[in-house]
Write a protein that binds this ligand. Structure first.
Ligand code: DGL
Length: 260
């Protein structure tokens, strides 16, 4: 029997849950399957070919499990592998993520915006193209922030050493006049309060996850019949830890299976 059609969502870890939360909100009756590749986290410092290989393996599994739309809920994996996956799986619609530089610049009064991202995102061609297109006469301050991925995974943003790391990344942007900070990594919305406190009032944080959920809804074909099925969760890391994270971060109580 055919599997119920699902929305597949993946990230290197907990970050994609910031996108999944929006998808659940917008499409509460669409079954989802989420994969956190925590055994290979972080993706940010890795070479593109390696990130492509991880993304490919996850994509194959998601398709086997009935995914008919796949959301790459990770800026890093999107930068490295969106085009590669689209070419390799032409029948599957993919939703990728890119730094929300355009809306940030459009809303900025100072003409200065900050972008927090991983190395692979900041050095990828997707980001370079975005800057060429939208930031010609504006100032974009790009801060590669690998420690924020770790802090988000640990949820350690409230301890003093984490606060000073966050401050070290964020203060220079604000001091340079940034009035918008783009969260260009899906882990970072889970640090939104801490980043917002350091940045201060008057600085807007830009999180594109609700726009990504809307794009997912557009790509779900109108011909597909919705079959009710539970949302499922996988990690290549520790299942019990991820189960707790699900509850703490997005209020979901569900068991988590091992992704090999
Ligand atoms: N959540 C991922 C992103 O959006 C990055 C985390 C990592 O480096 O693995 O870029």
């Amino acid at each position: 029997m055919a599997l119920p059609p699902k929305i597949g969502v993946f990230d290197s870890g907990i970050g994609g849950l910031s996108v999944l939360r929006e998808i659940h909100h917008l499409l509460p009756n669409h079954p989802t399957i989420y994969i956190a590749d925590q055994a290979n986290l972080p993706y940010g410092p890795r070479p593109i070919t390696e990130i492509q290989a991880f993304s490919d393996r996850i994509t194959r599994f998601l398709i086997e499990q009935g995914a008919v739309v796949i959301v790459i809920a990770c800026n890093t994996a999107s930068a490295a592998s969106l085009e590669y996956l689209r070419a390799k799986y032409p029948d599957i619609p993919f939703v990728g993520m890119e730094p929300a530089v355009k809306p940030a610049l459009e809303a900025s009064k100072t003409g200065v915006v900050g972008v927090l991202s991983t190395r692979a995102t900041a050095e990828g061609t997707l980001y370079k193209r975005l800057l060429e297109r939208y930031a010609e006469d504006k100032r974009v301050i790009t801060q590669i922030a690998p420690d924020l991925v770790r802090i988000a995974e640990e949820q350690s943003q409230n301890i003093p050493s984490s606060r000073s790391i966050i401050s070290g990344y964020v203060r220079p942007m604000v001091d340079a006049g940034a009035d918008h900070i783009v969260l260009a990594c899906t882990h970072f919305p889970f640090l939104g309060d801490a980043i917002g406190e350091v940045a201060g009032q008057g600085v807007q944080l830009i999180d594109p996850s609700s726009a990504v959920a809307r794009q997912t809804a557009r790509l779900w074909s109108a011909d597909l019949i919705l079959v009710s099925a539970p949302n499922t969760y996988y990690t290549s890391g520790k299942t019990l830890n991820f189960q707790k994270t699900l509850k703490n971060l997005i209020g979901v109580e569900a068991s988590v299976s091992q992704f090999q």
